[in-house]
Ligand binder design. Sequence first.
Ligand code: F6P
Length: 368
Amino acid sequence: RKKIAIMTSGGDSPGMNAVVRACVRMAIHMGCDAYCVYEGYEGLVRGGDLIKKMDWYDVRGWLSEGGTLIGTARCMAFYERAGRLTAAKNMILNGIDALIICGGDGSLTGADRFRAEWPSLLDELVSTGELTAEQIHAYKHLNIVGIVGSIDNDLSGTDATVGCYSALARVCMCVDLIEATASSHSRAFVVEVMGRHCGWLALMAGVATGADFIFIPEKPREDNWREEMCNVVQEHRKLGKRKTIVIIAEGALDKFGNKISSEQVRDLLADKDGLALDTRITTLGHVQRGGTAVAYDRMLATLQGVEAVKAVLEATPETKTCFIAITENKIVRKPLMEAVLDTKEVAKAIESQDFDGAMALRDAEFSE
Ligand code: F6P
């Protein structure tokens, strides 16, 4: 009987529990044993109770639970070869050689490395007498499949990551709440949203709430962003708008690559010699990440979980490590490292202030 393990890693995102539920149930449906690794890579390294066999009913009700019920952690030990050696040993002692990981690009890159190193880890375990040749015999290859769980929607090659639409819904709900009080007091609000180096949440929230102005890393503002923003806001005020909403991504930059902060934007809107708006900052923070998943994320997680089990069962030593994407509404398998490298190219272009290059890469990604 094939034994498939599922784990969540990196920052949690809504829908991760639905991924775990789908993988566990699909694995059982396919006649395999399903395992959950608790606490991300930490669980692989520590083993013991953190690697647990799951039954069909263990994941009952998980669709509507927020966060990740099997825990997640940033595991320093797994960065070291010694940690990965122990992880490999724990997997073999539990009879596991197929792993589905739901996490961000960092977690999935770690998984690809683990897979590449697997044969040499096994050799070392045998040569140091930790395991015998008989013990490793049936575990020559490690099959790994990734599912991207992140609120940032920052991985190239997939239209949506599990959790991004839930976070977007939360941001929109919060902006709606803020709008009521903004309008009552005729105030301006600078709403800071998450996303790390990616502006997807800020951009989509801007579109979905009709914000007056947005700041995102991929399209930095020209040097005259101050006048530009004030003109737009003033225009809207002239049309009778009693509320001003500016959405700023936490990674927002100007065209010189300098960070634009919420405080800078607030001070400008409040400037006595300018618009003189009574202005507040609301940093939404982790409310964007916690809480239950919207229907789209539950559905995406379920479809991707099912596909991940199929992919892990069909993988051969020759196939590249893949992740499950959604492209033009189809659930597809894609090579993991290509997507990770494309994502890094965008980040690199932004870092080196090649903003046209970054936009071209993102455009190419959307028209893929
Ligand atoms: O990647 C998800 C994310 O929520 C980012 O949007 C944010 O920058 C980061 O994680 C926050 O990380 P932490 O929860 O470790 O503060």
